[in-house]
Design a protein around this ligand. Structure first.
Ligand code: B12
Ligand code: SF4
Length: 543
């Protein structure tokens, strides 16, 4: 079968589209290349359920196949609810799932949810194409490679995995729709690699790539990445390239620098107009020379640093294979380079004691010039940490929502107070902690592309707002720790009321400053540039 063939029927791929969802868009491109019509249906939150379902059942003809994203463990409920809704609404076609969580938990999902017909394991470009063809022909799917299905007597059969896909031959992701916009410039995600060479215990990526035949880290050729970027810029006006590679850096600075040069050289051959990149890095990999190259040659404007924890015990529990010194050095290097960095800290993990929590609060305080957020380490399917918790008899909840209690009653009390007090600040759909990362990014992007429109005072203000938020979070967390250490549990409600009121007060003040800066930015982006001339004037001059 080749792209000249037009298939009858269509395929629905359902998933979150908080931004262009590369998982679904790689699949859509693979299916389109085989002649299928594909619709990407958005299910960003529970409220989208009905709308997503209606788009499937009210179509002129039912889709041949519905693919549900089961990448995010904590969103699985929504996608399983949609499967049930579709069956109740009369959809009789094939429903498959795929992604990290689905792959690891395929057996239990197929046992517990009869609405699902199959689950594509690991990378699914080839599996889903094969599956769609079989379903359309009315053939059995029992032996599709890389697929888990119910076999005889309803027993779940997981067929052997396919070898990892060849990244060089994959069709580029489907880029339908307008790209996101930042500082007046198109912004879109892409990947230059798949997998990660590290082995952190709490992260499903290491286990994920072992699942797919053992090649845990693969790179695309720099020329292919540059060609994709060039095409995105020419055809879609994308100037900000957000690399979703789990770690943009390679195991040694020498390897990283070689790759950066190769990509930058290839981009020069694409004749790119001004552009910017955003990358992620393990703190252990951040070295000054590589960072300088990233800025000079790839115009990097933000590094998300995978710090995760700065507690000595936390680094051990999470299997970070890095040190507190490396965390601090990474932040110092980025600060000296004048590069915007942000990070998240897993301040609670299964072994955290008060000292470890305080070490992480110190880290946040010392690097409060960079926006950060903080939370508990969650247990993800497929991870060594989840297995350890099960082996120790500490695993609670079920496989859809695994849970645990912290190591001591004292720590659990602090955690519960934190969850209630900080939910709005750290985790709400519009949370100040996350919005301040975006605010700073908007300022940095504006400064990068239009320095004349971005007075230095704006970056100082963005930095000052997030520093104030972080300092306040650290202060309140220290007060909660002190409270738990000195007061009986009966006093918890009162302290929670008091500290929550304080947090909301501070947030209200900081939201006012945030919105004021957002408005200034919006006006600066909308205003014509001092160098900008009306198109008619420019055209007349060139005649
Ligand atoms: C981009 C990204 C995001 C984006 C989401 C973009 C979007 N979809 O709108 C943003 C930044 C918003 C985000 C947020 C979060 N993320 Co995130 N994110 C990623 C990241 C870095 C890249 C995903 C990607 O595009 N990969 C490239 C594609 C091509 O590969 P892929 O996803 O593996 O897809 C292939 C297969 O998995 C499979 N497949 C995937 N989906 C489907 C669907 C079907 C139907 C089929 C058949 C197959 C299939 O086929 C694909 C092609 O081969 C991954 C890490 C990673 N490397 O995957 C984390 C990751 C997916 N995120 C994770 C988490 C935890 C989160 C958050 C919960 C973080 C938080 N605490 O807020 C939120 C939840 C967001 C939500 N859904 O509501 C975890 C998920 C762990 C888990 N098992 O649940 C990951 C794995 C990171 C990690 N190391 O732990 N994330
Ligand atoms: S470095 Fe990041 S992506 Fe890689 S295994 Fe560790 S947490 Fe996962």
């Amino acid at each position: 079968m080749n792209s000249a063939v037009t298939r009858h029927g269509w395929i629905a791929l359902v998933g979150p589209e908080i931004e262009e969802n590369l998982s679904l868009r790689y699949l859509a491109a693979a299916l389109t290349a085989q002649g299928w019509r594909v619709r990407i249906i958005v299910l960003n939150c529970e409220d989208d359920l009905l709308c997503a379902g209606e788009q499937i059942v009210s179509a002129d003809e039912p889709p041949v196949l519905v693919g549900l994203s089961l990448a995010f463990q904590w969103r699985a409920h929504d996608f399983l609810a949609l499967a049930a809704w579709l069956r109740e609404a009369g959809y009789r076609g094939h429903i498959t799932g795929g992604g990290h969580f689905g792959s690891f938990e395929h057996a239990r999902l197929l046992e517990d949810f009869p609405e699902l017909d199959s689950i594509c394991l690991h990378e699914a470009e080839d599996t889903v194409v094969d599956l769609a063809a079989r379903v359309a022909r009315g053939e059995s799917c029992i032996d599709v490679a890389g697929l888990a299905v119910r076999g005889e007597g309803g027993k779940v059969v997981a067929n052997p995995p396919r070898p990892p896909v060849d990244l060089a031959r994959l069709p580029l992701p489907d880029r339908r729709g307008e790209p996101a916009c930042c500082a007046g410039h198109g912004a879109a995600p892409l990947v230059g690699s798949r997998g990660c060479y590290a082995h952190c215990n709490f992260c499903c990526i290491a286990a994920w790539h072992d699942l797919g035949g053992g090649r845990r880290f693969r790179l695309r050729a720099p020329e292919d990445v540059a060609a994709e970027m060039g095409q995105m810029q020419r055809e879609r006006g994308v100037d900000i390239f957000i690399f979703h590679d789990d770690n943009f850096f390679l195991p040694t600075p020498r390897q990283s620098m070689k790759r950066i040069h190769a990509l930058a050289d290839a981009l020069q051959r694409e004749h790119m107009r001004p552009f910017a990149t955003v990358v992620k890095a393990r703190s252990a990999d951040v070295d000054a020379e590589t960072v300088r190259l990233l800025q000079e040659r790839l115009h990097c404007i933000r590094v998300y640093v995978g710090v995760e924890t700065d507690a000595v015990q936390g680094l051990e529990t999470l299997g970070r294979a890095s040190t507190s010194e490396q965390n601090h050095a990474a932040m110092a290097t980025l600060r000296e380079a004048g590069l915007f960095a942000c990070f998240n800290l897993l301040v609670f993990d299964p072994d955290t004691q008060v000292d470890g929590l305080l070490e992480n609060l110190d880290f946040m305080e010392q690097h409060a010039d960079f926006p950060s957020n903080f939370c508990r380490t969650e247990l993800y399917a497929g991870t060594p940490l989840l297995q350890r918790m099960a082996a120790e008899g500490r695993l609670q909840g079920d496989y859809l929502r695994p849970d645990y209690r912290l190591a001591t009653p004292e720590m659990e009390r602090i955690f519960q107070l934190f969850m209630h007090a900080f939910d709005e600040r750290n985790f709400a759909p519009v949370s100040l902690a996350n919005d301040l990362m975006s605010l700073r990014f908007d300022v940095v992007a504006l400064r990068h592309f239009h320095p004349e429109r971005c007075p230095p005072a704006w970056e100082q203000e963005a930095r000052a707002i997030s520093a104030a938020l972080i300092q306040d979070s650290v202060d309140v967390m220290r007060r909660l720790v002190h409270h738990v250490r000195t007061q009986p549990a009966e006093q918890d409600r009162a302290v929670l009321r008091e500290q929550s009121a304080h947090l909301r007060n501070v947030e209200a003040r900081l939201w006012t400053r945030t919105r004021a800066l957002q408005e200034q930015l919006a006006r600066a982006i909308a205003a014509p540039s001092p160098n900008h001339r009306a198109p008619e004037a420019a055209a007349m001059e060139s005649q």
